[in-house]
Design a protein around this ligand. Structure first.
Ligand SMILES: [Zn+2]
Length: 190
């Protein structure tokens, strides 16, 4: 708590020139005043760089609902995850511009300096229940990325990693990436 106060105080003193290293989650001034809770279990905490309207949010919610339903069918077919239950699914999304500017999706100098992957349209950190996604709804990667990152979120939430036919955690992550790509093809998004 003290640390947070000190950091906030430092930001107040130094103003706009102060840059934060690390901290992928939104900073106080980046958070939506009213986070958007979707019926599929996702909460949108941040939406920057593009105007969004009710239609965009509805489109995201529909895609999310469709992805959750398709996930069960896909994993059943594959024979992974012993019991899929998405009723209590809870995850967080930030929609941010894809560029390399400070605090954007590919700012690997400051915001995502710990990230191994360099240029991405989406990124999921399973331990913090969080995904960062390209915010331009007109980009052809928009739907694909939402479904891809949701796959990672769902497979992690449903303990599917335990059922993958590989040993180490790194191998499980790699296996999950392959399945995510297969899943979006199953959804005919790529
Ligand atoms: Zn992935």
């Amino acid at each position: 708590m003290d640390k947070i106060l000190v950091i906030l105080f430092a930001i107040l003193i130094l103003g706009f020139d102060y840059k934060v290293k690390g901290h992928p989650k939104p900073l106080e001034n980046e958070l939506l005043k009213d986070p958007i809770g979707l019926s599929c279990g996702v909460t949108i905490n941040e939406y920057r760089g593009f105007d969004y309207d009710k239609k965009t949010i509805k489109k995201i919610n529909n895609l999310c609902t469709k992805t959750l339903a398709a996930f069960s069918i896909f994993m059943d077919k594959k024979g992974f995850c012993s019991k899929i239950d998405n009723k209590n699914f809870s995850w967080y999304f930030s929609f941010i511009p894809i560029g390399t500017n400070y605090r954007d999706l590919n700012d690997t100098v400051w915001r995502f300096y710990n990230r191994d992957f360099k240029f991405v349209s989406g990124y999921t950190e399973i331990y913090s229940n969080y995904s960062w996604i390209i915010s331009d709804p007109n980009n052809k990667l928009f739907d694909l990325t939402i479904a891809h990152e949701l796959f990672h979120a769902l497979s992690y939430s449903n303990n599917c990693y335990d059922t993958y036919p590989v040993e180490t955690f790194e191998e499980k992550l790699f296996y999950d990436e392959g399945l995510a790509k297969e899943f979006t093809r199953f959804l005919e998004l790529n």
